[in-house]
Design a protein around this ligand. Structure first.
Ligand SMILES: O=c1ccn([C@@H]2O[C@H](COP(=O)(O)O)[C@@H](O)[C@H]2O)c(=O)[nH]1
Length: 278
């Protein structure tokens, strides 16, 4: 069985370093001329899958925008996941789950067990009940070739107060998360299956990402104000592991499929220029 890290490495080699989010905001549905209802949600997601599913390495549905429609929204999420897999992109479900370990086991079954209707290639997880509480996710991911992206330094300004607070040994909370995930990836080649989320908006914070060994998902590009050039400042010598992530910047080009593809191609070219110059 191939690991998620290996599959991600190949997807990036073949399709380029880009993750596009599916975030059906009410404002985007309106902009696309769609109603803010189940039919609008379904049309929006199908359009994105048809335009990008066969060319983008990773697609990241944001679970919240499906959950807000209840069980029928989640049913659309399930079919979106299926369509994306058929189209050949890796599916990273942005759910940011975290809890005590026994409950994390249930989240792991929901997203990382191949028999689940919500089975995806990878999920996002919150480490703020302790990185160790996420062990059931790490274990199931390792068992089935899945991945987990753990929040380290998020793109929102409110995150810093918690994530950059100092622990007793002088490291920041975020650095302890970074170090624990680095341990999980030890020896992985070409890329570990356990990633970190590090916002492109955060500037140079002095955190050491050099030993992570896994992918570094970088949201915050486009609508939140960061540009591809900021990746150099935030990631420095760790640029080769960066997976830039855009949602509204690309989605706002829709609903025309050609325009969506052009927007994805444009941001990919901008990121490649920075990542290639490392
Ligand atoms: O630190 C984080 C972690 C996750 N996100 C998510 O990424 C997208 C960003 O959307 P944009 O439209 O590109 O701003 C969204 O789903 C967030 O929940 C993040 O922004 N920052």
């Amino acid at each position: 069985m191939e690991t998620f890290g290996t599959r991600l490495y190949r997807a990036i080699s073949e399709r380029g370093p880009l993750c596009v989010g599916i975030d059906p905001h009410p404002g985007l549905l309106a902009r696309w001329g769609l109603a803010d209802d189940l039919d609008g949600l379904d049309r929006f997601t199908r359009t994105v899958v048809d335009a990008l599913g066969d060319r983008v390495a990773v697609v990241k549905p944001q679970s919240a925008f499906f959950e807000r429609f209840g069980s029928r929204g989640v049913a659309i999420l399930e079919s979106t996941i299926r369509q994306l897999r058929e189209a050949g992109s890796l599916v990273l479900l942005d759910v940011k789950r975290g809890d005590i370990g026994s409950t994390v086991s249930a989240y792991a079954s929901a997203y990382l067990d191949p028999s689940s209707p919500l089975y995806v290639d990878a999920v996002t997880a919150s480490p703020y009940l302790g990185v160790g509480s996420l062990a059931p996710m790490f274990d199931l991911a390792a068992q089935h070739g899945g991945g987990v992206f753990v929040l380290a330094l998020t793109s929102n300004p409110e995150g810093a107060a918690v994530q950059r607070a100092r622990t007793a040994d002088g490291r920041t909370v975020a650095q302890t998360v970074i170090d624990e995930i680095s341990q999980l990836n030890r020896g992985a080649d070409p890329l570990g299956s356990f990633g970190l989320v590090v916002g492109a908006t955060i500037g140079d914070t002095g955190h050491d990402l050099s030993g992570v060994g896994g992918p570094l998902l970088a949201p915050g590009l486009g609508a939140q104000g960061a540009g591809a050039a900021d990746l150099r400042t935030v990631f420095g010598s760790s640029l080769p592991a960066v997976l830039p992530s855009y949602s509204r910047e690309v989605l706002s080009a829709g609903p025309d499929g050609t325009a969506l593809r052009a927007a994805a191609d444009r941001v990919l070219a901008e990121c490649r220029a920075v990542l290639a110059a490392r």
